[in-house]
Design a binder for this molecule. Structure first.
Ligand code: HEM
Length: 314
């Protein structure tokens, strides 16, 4: 496994932008990785559900304006930030990033970017939950723009397989990488508001989404009886990073339409079956795709800054 990771790292490093490196903080903040890992572990020991929050937050950061910590910025009087968009209202774990940043500022002020903290925290969360261990390049700078309207480019749960392929393709991901990244839904939950459209008046022909198992539809309806904010775990092990999510899709028990479409569509079904059968293959593809996602439109040098507080630009 160690050799495997080394190979991945070398492969990925070939595509790394000039300013980023695996040991970016070696001389300027040598304990950065350790501080972040300890902070994440401590927080997740008291609330393991936050692993999902950190992973999703990193995704929502990277897809909008690149991995530049823009999702962490608070709204101000004159600016409604990304985090106040409906698509981001259920993001969780901001306080973990704040806690890590606070400690890092004490150790090495003005050195470690919020974008890097988030990328490392998401990585550590995956490992904490039982997922693969991997190294990531560091050196991302923090962005100065965070606008609610930019979040229109996040994928909605109503997307079908070809729409997902298209959107992830625009960010340079292959179909296989898109399916692997969707496997992040092995962690966490969705609120009823994200899937209730599957349960009644689905389309002109069907009341119920036909890609949904009827027994599982009852489970979802029961969850929704507690209201729009009631949470449904994506799979039977919401805090464990495993391949259970793909097994659920095979049973037509995917929670979101955008989950089940990966099995319903012939283009992606084979990949789902592969990951359901072979967890090691899922882990390997997932970590590679995560490293790639963490490099989306990264800001370097004077194109960004190292924020003093992750919640506001300097
Ligand atoms: C493929 C397109 C995707 C769509 C349409 C999508 C959509 C969603 C939706 C609607 C939720 C539930 C939000 C709520 O009801 O509060 C959710 C949760 C989540 N998403 Fe995604 N997502 C996608 C891809 C990803 C990716 C690529 C990642 C990470 C690499 C990710 C990580 C998560 C996690 C971990 C949760 C659970 C969050 C929690 O429990 O707090 N998602 N996603």
């Amino acid at each position: 496994m160690g050799l495997l990771i080394a190979v991945v790292v070398i492969l990925v490093m070939n595509g790394v932008a000039d300013g980023l490196s695996m040991n970016y903080y070696l001389f300027t903040c040598p304990f950065a990785e350790m501080i972040i890992k300890n902070t994440v572990n401590k927080a997740l020991q008291s609330d393991p559900t936050l692993a999902a929050g950190l992973l999703r937050m990193h995704f929502h950061d990277c897809f909008i304006e690149g991995c530049d910590g823009s999702v962490l910025i608070d709204s101000t009087k004159g600016n409604t930030a990304e985090k106040d968009s409906p698509a981001n209202l259920s993001l969780r774990g901001y306080e973990i990033i704040d806690a890590a940043k606070e400690q890092l500022e004490k150790q090495c002020p003005g050195v470690v970017s919020c974008a890097d903290i988030l990328a490392m925290a998401a990585r550590d969360a995956v490992f904490f939950a039982g997922g693969p261990v991997y190294d990531i390049p560091k050196g991302r700078k923090d962005g100065r723009r965070s606008k609610i309207e930019d979040t229109a480019n996040l994928p909605p749960p109503s997307f079908n397989s070809s729409q997902l392929i298209n959107m992830f393709g625009q960010h340079g991901f292959t179909v296989q990488e898109m399916v692997a990244l969707s496997g992040a839904h092995t962690l966490g939950t969705a609120r009823c508001s994200s899937f209730k459209s599957r349960l009644s008046n689905f389309d002109s022909k069907n009341d119920l989404d036909p890609s949904l198992d009827t027994q599982f539809a009852r489970t979802l309806a029961k969850t929704c009886s507690a209201g729009d904010n009631a949470e449904q775990p994506f799979d039977s092990s919401r805090n464990a990073f495993d391949n259970d999510y793909f097994n659920a899709l095979q049973r037509k028990a995917g929670v979101l339409f955008s989950d089940q479409t990966l099995f319903a569509s012939v283009t992606t079904r084979g990949i789902v079956n592969g990951y359901a059968m072979n967890q090691a293959m899922f882990f390997f593809d997932f970590l590679r795709a995560m490293v790639k996602m963490g490099l989306l439109d990264v800001k370097e040098g004077s194109k960004g800054e190292v924020r003093n507080s992750c919640r506001m630009i300097n």
